[in-house]
Design a protein around this ligand. Structure first.
Ligand code: MTE
Ligand code: CO
Length: 428
């Protein structure tokens, strides 16, 4: 097995130091677990039990406790010097379950996050409809409502990893993803309200959707998808959408690339052809090795990543019981199985899905295992209900070359060393 490293190979001295430090940790840890002596946290009275805590009026809207203040969005400075037309990443290495809190869910905007009041919100439906309509926010609230959970993955997620292992952490390699429960109305309901008879045969029709921000982020969506499962969402995880996620309403396009999920949505035009806007021609297409580009690559293929252990979430407890966990998802339906390898893909064990896979939503997996304290080359491999199996990086490069930025769904490898630290590497 050849291993390619993110940075420089650690020196033998650094390696030895790491091993010694971790051995000491294991001894101390094991001693504490066996309760060698009295533990003041059990035997002594504690400050927090000697007086009263905060009253219910102290926190009208709560933030995470200060001890969790490293569970935040991060950006990569060399990648995103401009913070307006920019991106940050969800701290997936530190989260569990499947729902991403809005407060740390990654953001991507092309011209900054705008502040739009509900009172100033207007959504127009025009083009090939019987009656062009304009909805206010209050109008939207009066249509039959649905609740659905979906992942949103930016097409550029893992985009920096095409040419080699580059960013050292699941947050940076895979954090352009979030998963929320949306409340809103279906796009079908609104299109039917405007009437689609004027559009004639819907088979070849499209909707062109745009946002109220300066970039407008216009995209064309085939009518079949628009009528199938798209939503205009105004709540996420039970509360109003945050400004950065498109308040007061955004488009939800389940399973399809994040760029199509137009935020601050203002207009939906029914057309008889795709507009071929900037966002669907020069951007969000993949240039192949021969210089031609793939067209209409909307669906996000099955993908997974081990979130812990990982470079930002090393093993600190030494050998023994270890929970390996991660996330899997597919734009084509539900995740049916996730396998985990500890030896760079030579052998695989099937992980436990925390809950049965939900179509086009994140699925949490666990491998409850014993760590023998030796290095591992950790990988995960997702399978979805269509039978699709997540490819290796080599397989993907074979088909797509190395010119792409978008749609990298390859298997990720973390080199977990004997001291529990982990690093982004490639194996072949
Ligand atoms: N919608 C508008 N109006 N403006 C934008 O810049 N960015 C798109 C999409 N919708 C964008 C937009 C991109 S590229 C992605 S990946 C998602 O929104 C990101 O959604 P989020 O910021 O809620 O994570
Ligand atoms: Co995007």
């Amino acid at each position: 097995m050849t291993v390619r490293f993110t940075g420089k190979k650690p020196s033998r001295r650094a390696f030895l130091k790491g091993t010694l430090a971790s051995t000491a940790g294991v001894v101390a840890g094991a001693g504490a677990a066996k309760a060698a002596g009295p533990d003041p946290l059990i035997t002594e009275k504690q400050d927090w039990a000697m007086s009263t805590g905060d009253g219910v009026d102290a926190t009208p809207y709560g933030l995470p406790i200060k001890y969790e203040d490293d569970v935040i969005r991060r950006n990569v400075e060399w990648l995103t010097a401009d913070t307006i037309s920019s991106i940050n990443f969800s701290p997936i290495h530190a989260l569990d379950g499947t729902i991403t809190p809005q407060g740390c869910a990654f953001e991507r905007h092309h011209s900054g996050a705008i502040e739009l009041r509900k009172e100033d919100f207007r959504l127009m439906i025009n083009g090939l409809v019987d009656t062009p309509l304009v909805f206010t926010y209050e109008d939207l609230e009066r249509f039959p409502r649905v609740n659905k959970t979906f992942f949103l993955e930016c097409a550029a997620n893992t985009g920096m990893e095409w040419a080699g292992a580059q960013l050292n952490g699941a947050q940076f390699t895979h954090g352009m993803i979030h998963n929320m429960e949306y409340s809103g109305v279906t796009l079908r309901t609104l299109l039917e309200e405007a009437g689609l008879n004027a559009a004639g045969d819907l088979k070849d029709k499209w909707v062109y959707v745009e946002g109220a921000d300066a970039s407008s982020n216009g995209r064309s969506i085939p009518m079949e998808k628009a009528l199938d499962d798209c939503m205009i969402a105004f709540k996420a995880n039970g509360e109003a959408l945050r400004k950065e996620h498109g308040y007061p309403a955004r488009l939800v396009v389940p399973g399809w690339e994040g760029n199509m999920w137009v935020k601050w949505i203002r207009r939906i035009e029914v057309t008889d052809a795709a507009v071929e806007s900037r966002e669907e021609t020069s951007k969000y297409t993949d240039t192949l090795a021969d210089g031609t580009s793939r067209k209409w690559t909307w669906v996000m293929d099955a993908k997974s990543v081990v979130t812990s252990p990982s470079p930002q979430s090393p093993i600190k407890h030494g050998k023994g019981p270890l929970v390996i966990t991660g996330l899997a998802w597919s734009g084509r339906g539900a995740i049916t199985r996730v396998d985990v390898s500890k030896d760079g893909g030579k052998t695989w064990e099937t992980a436990r899905l925390a809950n049965p896979g939900q179509p086009m939503a994140l699925t949490r997996f666990y491998l409850d295992t014993e760590w023998n304290g030796e290095e591992m080359f950790l990988q995960s491999r997702a399978m979805d209900e269509t039978g699709y199996v997540q490819p290796t990086k080599a397989m993907l490069r074979e088909v797509r070359g190395e010119n792409s930025i978008y749609h990298n769904n390859c298997i990720q490898t973390w080199w977990v060393k004997a001291d529990g630290e982990a690093e982004n590497v490639e194996v072949s």
